[in-house]
Design a protein around this ligand. Structure first.
Ligand code: TGC
Ligand code: FAD
Length: 389
């Protein structure tokens, strides 16, 4: 009997439009040609050709692809999610590059920036000629960004920014940083070109997860920017949090891609691997694992598509995004770990993508709101009681 691919079992393609399927296939082909052959080595070396990749991803049209105008592709949110899925099936680090560029840095400018910010940055960021990063987290304030210590103070008509940001994706390769800082009034966002004197972005090393991604510290030492650098439409924590909704949405799809890759790898391996003189795939215990994983994979995909449909109708709420991010990343990790067992010792080898995905997903579980933060968001929604502090 010809085997069915895990997501084909539920025929999820049937609920996608032809355009969405076509975009998904295009991104999948890109990943096959430009990511899969190289990413194992990038991961091992903890080095990615970020500039070259950004330009290729820009030509592909996925940078800020769900934004309207300013030379962005203007696709549906669901199509953007499907692109994230295929990118993350390659590697979470590549999806991260795209998420931070499109959902965080570009979205912050698109949603909260002045017309000048948009004209200056969005077309070159959509093309991948300029790379952006998003500085919210600090060494002592990750889950609780409201406590941030980075300060912006007025000096005549300029702003002077001082502080440190931590764990910032794309930081050392960025041309522009969206930096969030406390002012005498409220939290504000600033568009900071990274060649501004006093701005440094040393790369963080020794990561055992998300190695095919640039992660950096941002150091702002008396960084002077003009009044016009401030994002005029963002005042308070809702500014950065509105951007996180965008990236978390993409992750709900992306995690499905990583999980799909792990399960497909495990099924293919089990069909080839002979154990006690029979294919590993022919044992009931193995099939039970595959069946259970395919249930969670299919459910996660349906959750992601449901979020996409809600977003395309303008109805998606942040609590629903938390539902998708928490469920899909958690299940993706479970699938990656179970898939790893099917390969035995080979499962820990870089010959196969599973351990790389499993390790990456540890970062994905933590960034964009840890699983505990999303549990608390959902808990607040269900009880009406905020339990964050
Ligand atoms: P709270 O009092 O609840 O809210 C403060 C203001 O923000 C509004 N708000 C939101 N607005 C839009 N979207 C959301 N999801 C929002 N959640 C809250 C809220 O209405 C309020 O507005 P206003 O107008 O009344 O001021 O805030 P809190 O301090 O109690 O914190 C709530 C909490 C814990 C949920 C929030 O701080 C949080 O989400 N923490 C997690 C931080 C996080 O996710 N950081 C991610 C950094 S970026 C990143 O990780 C990139 S990795 C990307 C990659 O490489 O792919
Ligand atoms: P902490 O906030 O110190 O949390 C530690 C533990 O405490 C966690 O388990 C957490 O869930 C738990 N916890 C927190 N609050 C509560 C509570 N109320 N009740 C119970 N438990 C709680 N940030 C950016 O701004 N931009 C980026 O581009 C970016 N990229 C990243 C890339 C990578 C690879 C990684 C790993 C992180 C990145 N981050 C980025 C940072 C990320 O958003 C934070 O790591 C995350 O928000 C958690 O913050 P923290 O690491 O300080 O953990």
């Amino acid at each position: 009997m010809t085997p069915t691919a895990p997501l084909a079992l539920l025929a999820v393609d049937h609920v996608l439009s032809e355009e969405e399927r076509s975009i998904q296939q295009t991104v999948r082909r890109f990943v096959d040609e430009h990511v899969r052959p190289e990413v194992g080595q990038w991961y091992e070396d903890a080095r990615i050709p970020a500039r070259e990749l950004a330009l290729q991803l820009g030509s592909l049209g996925v940078l800020g692809m769900h934004l309207q105008g300013y030379e962005c592709a203007g696709t549906s949110a669901t199509a953007y999610g499907l692109a994230c899925l295929e990118l993350e099936a390659g590697d979470s680090g590549i999806r991260s590059l795209v998420s931070v560029q499109g959902s965080l840095a570009m979205y912050a400018i698109w949603k909260h920036g002045s017309e000048e910010h948009k004209q200056e940055w969005l077309p070159q960021m959509a093309a991948g000629r300029a790379i952006g990063c998003f500085g919210l987290t600090e060494p002592d304030f990750g889950s609780n960004p409201a406590g941030m210590r980075t300060r912006a103070r007025r000096d005549g008509s300029d702003w002077i920014i001082n502080g440190r940001k931590m764990w910032i994706t794309n930081g050392s390769v960025a041309d522009v940083a969206v930096v969030w800082a406390q002012t005498d009034d409220r939290i504000r966002g600033y568009v900071v070109p990274t060649d501004t004197p006093g701005f440094e972005a040393p790369e963080l090393h020794n990561k055992l997860s998300l190695r095919a991604s640039v992660t950096s510290e941002l150091v702002l030492d008396n960084v002077r920017v003009p009044a016009s650098a401030m994002l005029p439409e963002a005042a308070g924590l809702s500014g950065p949090l509105s951007c996180l909704n965008e990236a978390r949405f993409g992750i709900a799809f992306g995690a499905v891609g990583a999980a799909r890759e792990c399960l497909e790898t495990a099924v293919a391996y089990a069909r080839e691997r002979s154990i006690f003189d029979r294919p590993l795939a022919s044992y009931q215990l193995t099939q039970a694992k595959f069946a259970d994983m395919s249930l969670e994979l299919g459910k996660a995909m349906l959750v992601a598509i449901h979020l996409g449909r809600l977003k395309d109708e303008g109805e998606l709420t942040p609590d629903q995004v938390s539902f998708g991010k928490l469920n899909n990343v958690r299940e993706a990790i479970a699938i990656a770990r179970e898939s790893r067992t099917v390969l035995g010792a080979a499962g820990i080898s870089g010959e196969y993508p599973i351990m790389r995905h499993a390790n990456n997903l540890e970062s994905v579980l933590t960034y964009e709101g840890t699983s505990e933060i999303h549990q608390l968001v959902i808990g607040r929604s269900l009880t009406g009681e905020p339990a964050f502090r």
